[in-house]
Design a protein around this ligand. Structure first.
Ligand code: AMP
Length: 206
């Protein structure tokens, strides 16, 4: 399936509002942004212009791509500067966190999680929860930069080993180390999901 015929149009990125200790994290944010733009896709994200969030957005913008930032009013001065928010080509200011998260989910066709803190963790865990409950089948990726997510992945394995991950077939986040592999993997996963089943394929050939 070519990129243009993919059902993937918009990628949501969750990541830290801080830069983290390793320079590789900010670099990965920038590179992911550039890759999203190079594939002709839109970024939707939490609107922050600092830390890794800022790196992803500027990676997209400096490669000529499109960015939607969704941020609650009370966070504008904490996680962004009004000047840099003006550079996004779409800005949505929500009343609260709940509205922001819901809108990010609705607008996105896939989710990528770069290194981040408690806010980042909360967001990707909620998306995995909704997948487990069958509310969506949007591709999910842990961008495992320098093994950042290994402790989280170990925890998920531990939960599975102990019999607490039910309907595991619905929760299949991809774990990808190299940033340049992320967008192609999302496009492949969506193509696999959207491929006609055996019977539909026969009917479509009739
Ligand atoms: P952090 O990973 O803590 O730097 O946060 C990354 C992003 O997640 C920031 O834009 C935060 O505003 C957002 N965030 C923080 N706490 C929450 C929460 N409880 N639910 C959803 N998003 C959050």
């Amino acid at each position: 399936m070519s990129e243009n015929s993919s059902s993937i149009r918009t990628i949501c990125v969750y990541c830290g509002s801080q830069p983290g200790r390793s320079a590789a994290f900010v670099e990965a944010g920038r590179q992911l942004g550039a890759s999203i733009a190079a594939h002709g896709l839109r970024l939707v994200y939490g609107g922050g212009t600092k830390g890794i969030m800022g790196a992803v957005a500027s990676g997209v913008l400096s490669s000529g791509g499109q960015v939607t930032g969704i941020i609650p009013e009370f966070l504008v001065d904490m996680e962004a500067t009004r000047h840099s928010l003006g550079q996004l080509d779409e800005l949505v200011i929500t009343e609260n966190m709940h509205e922001r998260k819901h809108m990010m989910f609705e607008r996105a066709d896939a989710f990528v999680t770069l290194p981040g803190g408690i806010g980042t963790l909360e967001e990707i865990v909620e998306i995995m929860t909704w997948a487990q409950l069958g509310r969506h089948e949007k591709p999910m990726v842990f961008a495992n930069i320098e093994g950042f997510w290994n402790p989280m992945l170990d925890l998920i394995d531990h939960m599975r080993d102990q019999g607490f991950i039910h309907r595991a077939h619905l929760v299949r986040p991809m774990v990808i180390d190299r940033v340049e592999d992320i967008v192609p993997a999302i496009l492949d996963r969506a193509a696999e999901r959207d491929a006609p089943t055996g019977e539909e394929a026969i009917i479509s050939r009739l």
